[in-house]
Design a protein around this ligand. Structure first.
Ligand code: PHB
Length: 391
């Protein structure tokens, strides 16, 4: 609209209605995520592209309010940085909603600011169970490690896989995944061949692989979320000939998302994993999301679970703003989020009103080459899994 036309329209409405119509403020989202450093490749930009894919499909304005994303770079899991950034976003930028968080520690720190200031917050990744209990104005659009891991152990039990060795990153989400996997395994009398927790900065797995080989397990379950860790572990596993010796690799899905799988070679074909999202999910809603996302991502890379968490957080925001005709009252917003259910690109989702965590399908997938790319092809579904991994 030209400036002259806008002025005329305004004058006309003053003449007709006798008052200057309120011009709706922008709707500001404060996005805290890694935009620099080693986690940035599949971190902040992945989240932002997921949000932009939503805006491309649904429009960038809701109830008259234009969406504005204010980016804040939190390169590492450091909680003090995230707390300061959240405070800045609330007091200086006056954001309507806080969002983002690849890492659990930054989500917890920003959650304290959200609670004090009563500013709603949407977690797009950070996946440790139970962290929302102390954050009444936060809902999680992503997943929890217990939720996506327990079904993989159920699948191992069903397929007669005995004695699984677990390898996880030594921090809260890693320990959650180890606990969920082993609890489920033990339910059917199956047992662990051994368990190791590795420091988050480990990139050389040779000594760990030898320890695994010594126990002669039926399978190895791994959760190593950092890109280099995932890639190096999968390579070391194959190079040591574990797969040829009949040991299955069962990966937490984050280890084989597109930014990582595109760096793997055909040796990795057949890797079984469990997760709530694959870009290969066969629905029209997902096809539209994948196509929109690829217009923003580097080299047209397919979206990961982080991108779908960001996309669905936007769906939650749009619903809440629409239902409140442009407002975002914190208590009403939380009520709306607790009761939401919709079809996500990942499949049908709804909220558990008590935990404010998402209830969703968890898929067992196999890495296959399709149209030139390595993709996670879903072949079994555990439906409506809650944050504790229960169905
Ligand atoms: C977390 O810190 O909660 C986290 C990070 C990376 C993942 C999953 C969870 O892939």
């Amino acid at each position: 609209m030209s400036a002259t036309f806008r002025y005329r329209a305004l004058t006309l409405s003053v003449l007709i209605f006798g008052a200057i119509p309120a011009i709706a403020d922008d709707l500001k989202i404060g996005l805290i995520a890694p935009f620099s450093g080693p986690s940035s490749d599949a971190g902040g930009p992945e989240m932002e592209s997921g949000m932009r894919a939503y805006l491309k499909i649904h429009g960038d304005t809701v109830a008259g309010r234009k969406i504005v994303i204010i980016r804040k770079d939190a390169p590492s899991p450091a909680p003090d940085v995230a707390r300061r950034l959240a405070q800045e976003l609330v007091t200086r930028d006056k954001v309507d909603v806080l969002a983002g968080h690849i890492f659990t520690p930054t989500a917890i720190a920003a959650g304290q600011v959200s609670t004090q200031a009563k500013v709603p917050m949407l977690i797009m990744n950070a996946a440790t169970s139970g962290i929302l209990a102390k954050m009444p104005y936060t809902a999680r659009a992503s997943f929890t490690l217990a939720q996506t891991t327990a079904p993989l152990a159920r699948w191992a039990n069903k397929n007669g896989i005995k004695r699984v060795f677990t390898v996880v990153a030594d921090y809260a989400p890693g320990i959650d995944s180890e606990t969920a996997f082993l609890q489920e395994l033990e339910k059917s009398g199956n047992s662990a061949a051994g368990s190791i927790r590795v420091p988050l900065d480990t990139i050389d797995f040779a000594s760990y692989i030898r320890r695994i080989q010594d126990t002669q397990p039926g399978a190895v379950f791994a959760f190593l979320p950092a890109s280099d860790q995932a890639k190096n572990f999968i390579k070391a596993f194959r190079e040591a000939g574990l797969d040829k010796a009949g040991v299955r690799l069962l990966a937490e899905g984050g280890m084989v998302h597109p930014a990582i799988s595109m760096t793997l070679d055909d040796d990795a074909i057949g890797t079984v994993s469990s997760h709530h999202y694959s870009d290969d999910h066969q629905t029209a809603v997902n096809a539209a999301f994948v196509a929109a996302f690829k217009t923003f991502s580097p080299g047209g890379r397919a979206p990961s679970y982080i991108a779908v968490g960001a996309y669905d957080a936007m769906e939650m925001l749009f619903q809440a703003v629409k239902m409140q005709e442009g407002k975002l009252d914190p208590d009403r917003t939380m009520q709306i989020w607790r009761e939401m259910a919709w079809e996500s690109p990942r499949g049908p989702v709804r909220f558990d009103p008590a935990s404010r965590d998402i209830v969703q399908n968890v898929y067992i997938r196999k890495l296959e080459r399709k149209n030139g790319a390595l993709v996670n092809v879903e072949f079994e579904t555990f439906a409506n899994v809650d944050d504790a991994g229960r169905q």
